[in-house]
Ligand binder design. Structure first.
Ligand SMILES: *[C@@H]1O[C@H](CO)[C@@H](O)[C@H](O)[C@H]1NC(C)=O
Ligand SMILES: *[C@@H]1O[C@H](CO)[C@@H](O)[C@H](O)[C@H]1NC(C)=O
Length: 401
């Protein structure tokens, strides 16, 4: 005899008991799923994290379905062909459900046809801030284990987008680190500052944690982190003296403490004038160049997207002995207004004489961010030959999102 699933429900009152009976019988296909809410820790700080994964689907944005095992996920309306957005909240001083989360979930589901999973770690996030910080590694491991179940169901790493709020942003970074930076996207909303400003890249959110990492800072005066942590960092209301939306400042940023991670695009800080509009008045594309023959020195290629009213550039660096370099290009116009890409192999000035006759051969591809599927990747049909300091233009047709 399998254990009676109703035993547990009995204690939860007649209504849940009834739901349970109904769902264990010959339920009609239109059966309402059981909805689960966030927990309430009431200042109790347990050693048990009691993490809950609550799935919300477009068909029923207000009902959180508790999903733990692969079988729960398969029976839940989770659609593996859609993107998946995972929300991780931060420190909860009073051990209560985040007040913003319901609205956030419904806004997300309205904006994107996606699976939204809220991570409830209210129990582990309460007490004092430092005890919540101590739970970050265990929580990150639990989330990673959960994501591995999604991958088994056919979800691609690049279709996963983690949105982490405050301390949750660093949890997102650590999960991304466990996945070697291959998850599609991480958005850090007000990444937490205390304990993290001097943390190592393994511990905090950084640009190596996903294919695309963005952070939105609104709170750097208080508990927010003051340093850029993503490929793109938006400092909302942080640069009133910079007119225009958006304005990019390629900071001559200090090298990442000597730590060499994959070919990283240079961080971009974006200062937004106001919050009256969503901070998404920029589009981003990943640009990649693959050398046919790795070289003995670093290779720099300037990539420029051109259109009737678009000109945006980014420099890709391919480290020596490697064949691939990546960059993130940002532009204010819809991507379909781009009709050309200009590639320029930049000879370093010191090696000018030696490099002048050098040519490189390679392939160029670009994908709209966030990268959801290979359909969004466009490659030049033929490998291109680039001579040092000579710009070469090619037609490029990118669809609009
Ligand atoms: C999953 O989503 C895709 C794309 O929206 C849709 O075509 C498909 O019918 C969905 N599958 C299920 C089982 O709902
Ligand atoms: C770019 O040009 C198109 C028409 O070619 C126009 O509709 C659009 O508003 C322009 N965008 C900007 C940012 O000027």
């Amino acid at each position: 005899m399998p254990p009676d699933p109703c035993k547990r429900c009995f204690w939860w009152g007649a209504l849940l008991w009834w739901l349970c009976v109904a769902s264990s019988g010959d339920a009609p296909p239109t059966q309402q799923p059981k909805c689960t809410d966030f927990q309430n820790a009431n200042l109790l700080r347990g050693t048990n994290l009691k993490v809950q994964f609550l799935l919300f689907v477009p068909a029923d944005p207000s009902c959180g379905q508790l999903v733990e095992e692969s079988s729960d996920i398969q029976n839940s309306g989770f659609n593996a062909t859609l993107g998946t957005k995972l929300i991780i909240h931060g420190f909860r001083a009073l051990g209560t459900k985040p007040s913003w989360i319901d609205r956030f979930i419904s806004v997300l589901l309205r904006a994107a046809d996606a699976n939204v999973i809220a991570v409830d770690w209210v129990y582990g996030s309460t007490g004092v801030y430092f005890s919540a910080v101590e739970n970050v590694v265990r929580l990150s491991l639990e989330i990673s284990r959960f994501l591995s179940k999604l991958l088994v169901l056919g979800v691609s790493e690049s279709s996963i987008h983690i949105i982490g709020v405050s301390l949750g942003a660093h949890v997102a970074g650590m999960v991304g680190h466990f996945y070697k930076g291959q998850l599609g996207r991480i958005t850090g909303l007000d990444p937490a500052g205390p304990e993290y400003t001097r943390a190592s890249l393994e511990e905090r959110l950084d640009a190596g944690d996903a294919l695309f990492v963005e952070a939105i800072h609104t709170d750097t005066d208080n508990l927010g982190i003051r340093i850029p942590v993503g490929h793109v960092d938006y400092f909302v209301n942080g640069g009133q003296d910079q007119p225009g939306c958006p304005l990019f400042i390629h900071a001559g940023l200090a090298e990442q403490g000597g730590i060499k991670i994959e070919p990283l695009p240079k961080e971009v800080r974006v200062y937004l004038l106001t919050t009256s509009k969503a901070p998404y008045c920029v589009h981003h594309s990943l640009v990649e160049f693959y050398l046919q023959e790795p070289r003995k020195k670093d290779t720099s290629i300037e990539v420029t997207f051109l259109g009737s009213n678009v000109t945006s550039s980014v420099k890709i660096t391919i480290p020596r002995h490697q064949s691939q370099g990546k960059g993130i290009i940002a532009y204010p116009n819809p991507s379909c207004q781009i009709n050309q890409v200009k590639l320029k192999f930049q000879a370093s000035s010191r090696m000018w004489k030696k490099d002048r006759t050098t040519t490189i051969v390679g392939s160029f591809c670009t994908s709209l961010l966030p990268v959801h599927d290979s359909k969004k990747t466009v490659c030049l049909p033929e490998p291109v030959t680039l001579q040092a300091s000579v710009a070469v233009s090619h037609a490029l047709k990118i669809a609009c999102v």
